[in-house]
Design a protein around this ligand. Structure first.
Ligand code: HEM
Length: 234
């Protein structure tokens, strides 16, 4: 059915759900290059475990990190896998069910982890005073992001299949540079829209926050021979 769209609506949707994503990834890539080339030694998530090796970090950190890896790959497959790639293996209804059950489970575990990490960051005095505004803000942002993601999944579980599929059509349209793919989001729930916009905000701030430690994993440590730093002879 043809839907009447006012010029203002079209303008707002194209700015938020077509231009913004490209701008966000542009800033992300430029920021990444800048940070790696000009501010390389500052790339780290300063460990706070030596300040307070408490249960909140011992549980919160692995819960969050393991689960969020699952959430990440769930997003890649869920949003970007084109239908011909999976339809011989599972129907769209099965894919939606997987997103709800597996995505939801990973999301709940990640939520438990980030909640512990956030409470600790604010309530542990030693950790709190040594955290910058950006350190605290990004933890809150991720907390809200996971919460809105889970609420979105709940909405999906209560909506018809088509509502879930339209978000895929939008994401895949963007991926292949179809400028009007924002049309698919016209009837998407508000909570999904908030989640998507906050997602792009995270993409924009990523290179300027401690999230950069994700791209600076010291993989060479797994392969290089041990080094003697101090053999006690001094
Ligand atoms: C631009 C980036 C992002 C987009 C476009 C996006 C999109 C989505 C969509 C459409 C859903 C709903 C799936 C459904 O209805 O079943 C969702 C769920 C979710 N998102 Fe995101 N998201 C983004 C970034 C993030 C980030 C950075 C995080 C975490 C730090 C995150 C965490 C979650 C979680 C926990 C869920 C619910 C469970 C799941 O499906 O895994 N999202 N996201």
């Amino acid at each position: 059915m043809e839907q009447q769209i006012s010029a203002t609506t079209a303008w707002i949707y194209s700015v938020l759900f077509a231009y913004l994503p490209y701008v966000a990834f542009g800033i992300f890539i430029a920021g990444l290059i800048w940070r790696i080339r000009h501010a390389n030694p500052t790339i780290q998530a300063l460990s706070t475990q030596f300040l307070s090796n408490d249960k909140m970090i011992k549980w919160g950190s692995p819960l969050f990190h393991f689960a969020v890896i699952g959430v990440f790959f769930g997003h890649i497959f869920g949003l970007l896998a084109p239908e011909p790639l999976y339809i011989w293996l599972m129907s769209n209804e099965t894919k939606r069910l997987l997103a709800i059950i597996m995505g939801g489970a990973a999301g709940i575990v990640a939520f438990a982890g980030i909640t512990l990490m956030m409470i600790r960051r604010f309530s542990n005095e030693r950790v709190s005073v040594r955290s910058s505004f950006a350190d605290k803000a990004i933890v809150v942002l991720i907390f809200v992001q996971i919460l809105t993601g889970l609420l979105g999944t709940y909405v999906t579980s209560q909506s018809p299949l088509e509502a879930y599929m339209t978000i895929d059509h939008w994401a895949q349209g963007l991926f292949i540079f179809k400028p009007d793919s924002w049309i698919h989001l016209l009837d998407t729930s508000l909570i999904h829209k908030i989640h998507i916009l906050l997602g792009f905000l995270i993409v924009i701030v990523f290179p300027f926050t401690m999230l950069m430690h994700m791209v600076a994993t010291p993989i060479q440590y797994l392969f290089r021979p041990n080094k003697v730093i101090n053999n006690g002879s001094l």
